[in-house]
Design a protein around this ligand. Sequence first.
Ligand code: PBG
Length: 337
Amino acid sequence: MSPSNTNADNRLPLTKRPRRLRRNPSIRSLVSETKLSVDDLIYPMFVMEGENQRVEIVSMPNCYRYSLDLLLVEIAELYTLGVKAVALFPVVSESKKDDNGTESYNPEGLAQQAVRAIKAQTPGTIVITDVALDPFTTHGHDGVIDEHGVILNDETVEILVKMAVSQAQAGCDMVAPSDMMDGRIGAIRQGLDAHGFTDVAIMAYSAKYASAYYGPFRDALDSAPKFGDKKTYQMDPANAREALTEIELDIAEGADIVMVKPALAYLDIIHQVKANCNVPVAAYNVSGEYSMIKAAAQLGWIDEQKIVMETLLSIKRAGADLILTYFAKDVALILKK
Ligand code: PBG
């Protein structure tokens, strides 16, 4: 008896057989619609004070706070692996925090020092600095507050402009406002231009949701809000149309890149943003998304490498041009193999 697929009599009357294009790896790669590349990854990194320090973040296995000397070693290695963009987050000691986060625009602040050192050592690395007050405020909010604990928008924006300008003076390539105050993109653009930094780009955290997925990040920076939550400035997870409004405003105010954050529970938002704008779209695969994969992998419940690649691919397929991810180095190593 001949096998059924060569037996004309038994052949199903199918003109379309999608399996034809899945027959082997070469055909599959020829027709694959989405490709993950290290070119599109941005690695978020934590910098701390001191020397020769590398401290693992308990809720983020294999993610570290580095003192600047060791951060530089890591960044040089990342560059050779093809990871050419980093998003910097400084771990600020309690003694440097105050109610208004004034350390954020100290020209000798940790982030500013780190930018100068990275650009001197590895000029090809794109250094992206975070613009938000939460690592610098005693209360842990992204803005300044009044006596009732209300976050003050316009007062905060003034400080954010100073912060962005000081980061540009230190030599950053891009600033990334993650605070969600109204009007900050336009104000920062004006401030940068007025100081001659017309070439410093803005990657706007445009659709940033009030998410529980940021928990491990707040452990890393010790930046959890001391009272209340961030729901008066970060977006309600129930809202999609509002994300498009935020994106529209940020682009009109001068954002070069817009971002959706978090990524996985918001793939529909990434998809809609991509369909509704013409600037590059970034997605932030945030700390909680990282930690969940790490935890399940440590328990031996999932295949970490495969899950990481599938997850990041889904973020690209949804429409992200760029992905900020704590897996950036792992992906670079996997793709190299
Ligand atoms: C704060 C900021 C947060 C993250 C990036 N910038 C946390 C927050 O809004 O509380 C989270 C990133 C992550 O979870 O990986 N401006």
